[in-house]
Design a protein around this ligand. Structure first.
Ligand SMILES: O=P(O)(O)OC[C@H]1O[C@H](OP(=O)(O)OP(=O)(O)O)[C@H](O)[C@@H]1O
Ligand SMILES: O=c1cc[nH]c(=O)[nH]1
Ligand SMILES: [Mg+2]
Length: 209
């Protein structure tokens, strides 16, 4: 299993508004973060828990569940991944953040690396990559390559909208990585944009166009 499309009325509603022409920067930011939050809830369903003993309210000993062993690092892909990050951190407030900077060359559609700052103990953590758009899949694949080179063993991803071309590319390159996605769209156009998609997520989040 690599690409998991989450069918949920709240996600469908919010993604529908994100696609509207003329959406304000404020509303786009709020919704991208909310979708990040809902996808986190689904993606973390697979985390295992340990039983630990606590002293309960009445002084008795009680066995309760805690998230097991490995900790999480959230990995936003700059820039647009930052737009989902707050929603993710609302549910995993103690997660460390590792940043990967990539942009997609407009002509070749290849990801161009410009920065990374990844937690030192990445080998001990589950990485949760966040980026709103999965088009050719090049940016996700480059980020997964980088994290694996640094020793990361368990990787998941969250994404607002994907194209089948990118989903197939990730499945071929990294079948061990599960990506949770709010909507799988039709195809890429001749410029590499997702159809119907929502346009350029980074520009909408940062108000740069
Ligand atoms: O699947 P791909 O074909 O690699 O395309 C998807 C990438 O393109 C966008 O980033 P962009 O290059 O626009 O950078 P930005 O976030 O700085 O706007 C998007 O946020 C993804 O990172
Ligand atoms: O449709 C697309 C494709 C890549 N990046 C975006 O922001 N949107
Ligand atoms: Mg962009």
């Amino acid at each position: 299993m690599a690409i998991i499309e989450i069918k949920h009325p709240l996600l469908a509603h919010k993604v529908g508004i994100l696609r509207e022409q003329g959406i304000s920067t404020k509303q786009f930011r709020e919704l991208a973060s909310e979708v990040g939050n809902l996808l986190t809830y689904e993606a973390t369903r697979t985390l295992s828990t340990d039983q630990v003993e606590i002293t309960a309210w009445d002084g008795s000993t009680l066995s309760v569940e805690r998230i097991a062993g490995k900790k999480i690092t959230v990995v936003p892909i700059l820039r647009a991944g930052l737009g989902m990050m707050d929603g993710v951190l609302q549910l995993i407030p103690s997660a460390r953040v590792s940043v990967v900077g990539l942009y997609r060359d407009e002509t070749s559609l290849q990801p161009v690396y410009y920065f990374d700052k990844v937690v030192e103990d990445i080998a001990e953590r589950t990485a949760l990559i966040v980026d709103p758009m999965l088009a050719t899949g090049g940016s996700f694949i480059a980020t997964i390559d980088l994290l694996k080179q640094k020793g990361c063993k368990k990787i998941m991803g969250l994404c607002l909208i994907g194209a089948p071309e990118g989903a197939n590319a990730i499945q071929a390159a990294h079948p061990d990585v599960d990506i949770y996605i709010a909507a799988m769209d039709s195809h890429l156009n001749e410029l590499g944009y997702i159809v119907p998609g929502l346009g350029d997520a980074g520009d909408k989040l940062f108000g740069t166009r």
